[in-house]
Design a protein around this ligand. Structure first.
Ligand SMILES: C[S@@+](CC[C@H](N)C(=O)[O-])C[C@H]1O[C@@H](n2cnc3c(N)ncnc32)[C@H](O)[C@@H]1O
Length: 227
């Protein structure tokens, strides 16, 4: 199934592919690239964390190892099945309404850039529902520069090709990302809605959240709290 409102719009390659097109085998081989340390520096020790769209636990595992209590949520049962180190739940983010609140609600991987305003609002409503009154919401947003033009990046034995780049009306971008590791290759078509700060503030406010600041100079990491 491909849900038209997902950031990922379908993927191909070996192994199981999640509904948004994310390849499980690729994510299983991937490691954190400093995101865990960035998140850890923004929260108190032993925080309770609701991680939305956790995938195979690439960031979950390091956060648990750092002493945090993580509930990892993903709509793909195959993804969450890979996580044995902490509590997990298979659910769409939009439909999640737990009777629990968390010090941190984490929604990374550009899910906020879903190209549908209503879908984005539902994601943010879930973030707002689950954050404690004095808690934080951390969101990771897409960097338009990464889809500015076709590019190939190589690091150790991994290769990432960004191709078929399209600049679309309404500040949307689309590109095909092809990851190659050894002799295995996965392609995923990605469609994103870039957000101006005014759009971001408006979307947060509509869910009862307010923008605090950005964790990184490129504004890729957004810190918000209950308004
Ligand atoms: C690109 S992967 C990234 C996984 C993880 N955040 C990471 O950085 O390694 C995105 C994940 O979000 C999940 N996902 C996307 N949209 C979702 C939704 N609306 N509800 C629940 N899970 C979703 C996908 O199944 C996938 O596992």
């Amino acid at each position: 199934m491909v849900n038209e409102q997902r950031v990922g719009q379908g993927g191909t390659g070996p192994g199981v592919i999640s509904p948004d097109g994310s390849p499980i085998e690729l994510y299983l081989q991937a490691e954190a690239r400093g995101e865990d340390q960035l998140i850890n520096a923004a929260i108190a020790p032993r925080s309770s964390i609701l991680e939305l769209g956790c995938g195979t636990g690439r960031i979950t595992r390091p956060l648990v190892a750092l002493g945090h209590q993580v509930l990892a949520v993903d709509e793909s049962a195959d993804m969450v099945a890979q996580i044995t180190e902490t509590e997990t739940l298979c659910s769409t983010i939009e439909d999640l309404r737990l009777d629990r609140r968390f010090d941190l609600v984490l929604m990374m991987s550009y899910l906020i850039n879903v190209p549908d305003d209503e879908a984005r609002q539902r994601l943010l409503d879930t973030c707002a529902w689950h954050v404690k009154p004095d808690g934080l919401v951390l969101l990771q947003q897409h960097d338009r520069q990464s889809f500015a033009q076709p590019v190939v990046r190589e690091r150790e034995h991994r290769r990432l090709e960004v191709s078929d780049v399209e600049q679309l009306p309404g500040d949307r971008q689309a590109a095909t990302m092809t990851h190659t590791v050894g002799d295995q290759s996965w392609s995923q078509r990605i469609l994103v809605q870039n957000l101006s700060e005014a759009q971001l503030v408006g979307a947060l406010r509509a869910s009862g959240l307010e923008l605090m600041d950005y964790l990184t100079p490129d504004r890729g990491w957004i810190r918000a709290r209950p308004a």
